[in-house]
Design a protein around this ligand. Structure first.
Ligand code: CMP
Length: 131
C-alpha cells in the first residue's frame, strides 16, 4: 500500500515504477481512502501499540494506493525494495530512503508474511479484481 504521504507528495508513479522494475507483477490495483474504522481494522494487529492511534489517524488522512504484487520470494524481496520501517535507517536506493520522511509517514506498507499478504490482499480486493 502506498500510504497517504506517498500519494500526497506525488510519488505514486515513481513508486509503482520502482516496484515494476524490481520484478513485481501488479495483479490488483486500487486508489481509495480508508476511513478511521477501516484503517483501524487493517492495523488491528498493532492495536495495543502506543503508536496505534496516530497510525490510524495518519492512514485515514488521505487517499492511498493498494496493490497485490506477485513474484517469487515476494514478501522478503518487497521488504528489501522498500527498506527499513524507519526511513532514517533505510538503505540508499530503497523506496523509504527515497520517498519517506518519518516512521509514521514512511510512504509504503508491505506485508510481513505470505499469510498476512493473503489477509491484506483480501481486505482490499475481491477475486474479480485480480488478474
Ligand atoms: P507499516 O509497515 O505500515 O506497519 C505499521 C506502521 O506503524 C509502520 O509501518 C510505521 O509507519 C508505524 N509506526 C509508527 N511507530 C512505529 C514503531 N515504533 N515501530 C513500528 N512501526 C511504527
Amino acid at each position: 500500500m502506498i500510504k497517504p504521504d506517498g500519494v500526497a507528495n506525488g510519488h505514486t508513479g515513481a513508486i509503482l515504477e520502482d516496484i515494476i522494475k524490481g520484478g513485481f507483477k501488479i495483479i490488483a490495483l486500487k486508489y481509495t481512502r480508508l476511513s478511521k474504522e477501516i484503517a483501524g481494522q487493517f492495523y488491528a494487529v498493532h492495536s495495543e501499540r502506543p503508536f496505534y492511534t496516530d497510525l490510524v489517524n495518519f492512514m485515514s488522512s488521505g487517499p492511498i494506493v493498494a496493490a497485490i504484487l506477485e513474484k517469487d520470494n515476494a514478501v522478503e524481496d518487497f521488504r528489501t525494495l522498500i527498506g527499513a520501517t524507519d526511513p532514517s535507517k533505510a538503505d540508499a536506493g530503497t523506496i523509504r530512503n527515497k520517498y519517506a520522511k518519518s516512521i509514521d509517514a514512511n510512504a509504503i506498507h508491505g506485508s510481513d508474511s505470505d499469510e498476512n499478504a493473503q489477509i491484506e490482499g483480501s481486505f482490499f480486493f475481491t477475486a474479480f479484481e485480480r488478474f
